[in-house]
Design a protein around this ligand. Structure first.
Ligand code: ADP
Length: 269
């Protein structure tokens, strides 16, 4: 479905060139949840941004459903991007708009009728579990609730792909679990393919069935989660396995396994 083929990207700043991505190759199948893991500065954001051409690669191709995105003009790209939702670490909500109005934004841009917009936003509010917050402003929401609004907005145009840029990095461990559970539900119920980037192994363990490890702009390893975990001799993977532990308190996790609470889910082993 998505083929990242031989992607390279160099940034030029103050007469200096910095190669952020070197010949990356990655295939993503429909319905997968793929995680790209790497340390800060590894090139994860740059890579995920090349998928919908927010960052134009210097070399290589992005082929989605048979279409080479690097060959599209800006109008064609804008059209294609509507079917690719994106969520970010800091939610990127508009503070002057209510929850309802934030989610409605992509639909307004598409000139849908007011009735259609109301119907769709109500459906999305239900999916993310925020029916009672429709008329609140972002400043009165928790981080997890803000991310739920951002997810609802990303789903407004019925995307086939969701790109998640460190979507849980600004959240506490319990909220992280509830957002990851929501992403799993969206993948399962709506069949949306998910590509996420993270620097935390526990995020990968909780939701991803395929993993790519990236370091200094290079793809170090890729495969299923168990293939990656079994590759313990790789020094980068070793570092993640030793240090990439999210700090969900063990007691809380055990309690959640026995008695799931509203919106809170245990870590998946
Ligand atoms: P990650 O998401 O893994 O933390 P990034 O993709 O954000 O890494 O960045 C990879 C490298 O590319 C970093 O060294 C960063 O400073 C550099 N970089 C990213 N975007 C730009 C840019 N627009 N201009 C110059 N350098 C950039």
């Amino acid at each position: 479905m998505i083929e990242i083929k031989n992607i390279s990207k160099t940034f030029h700043q103050k007469k200096q060139a910095f190669k952020a991505l070197h010949n990356i190759n990655l295939s993503i199948e429909k319905g997968d949840i793929v995680g790209i893991i790497g340390f800060s500065g590894a090139g994860k954001s740059t890579l995920i941004r090349t998928v919908n051409l927010l960052e134009r690669p210097d070399e290589g191709q992005i082929i989605i459903n048979g279409k080479d995105f690097t060959e599209l003009n800006s109008k064609q790209l804008a059209h294609e991007r509507k079917k690719i939702g994106m969520i970010f670490q800091h939610f990127n909500l508009l503070s002057s708009r209510t929850v309802f109005e934030n989610i409605a934004l992509p639909l307004e841009l598409d000139n849908l009728s007011k009735d259609k917009i109301r119907e769709k936003v109500n459906e999305l509010l239900q999916i993310v579990g925020l029916e009672d917050k429709a008329h609140d402003y972002p400043k009165s929401l928790s981080g997890g609730q803000k991310q739920r609004v951002a997810i609802a907005r990303a789903l407004a145009n019925d995307p086939y792909l969701l790109l998640c840029d460190e979507a849980t990095s600004a959240l506490d461990p319990a909220t992280t679990q509830s957002i990851l559970q929501l992403l799993r539900d969206i993948n399962h119920r709506l069949g949306i393919t998910i590509l996420l980037i993270t620097h935390e192994m526990e995020v990968i363990k909780a939701v991803c069935n395929h993993v790519a490890v990236i370091d200094k702009g290079q793809l170090v390893s890729k495969g299923t989660l168990s293939e990656i975990i079994s590759n313990k001799e790789n020094p980068i993977i070793k570092q993640f396995l030793n240090s990439g532990v999210m700090t969900i308190p063990q007691e809380l996790n055990k309690k959640l396994q026995k008695e799931p609470q509203d919106g809170l889910f245990p870590l998946v082993e």
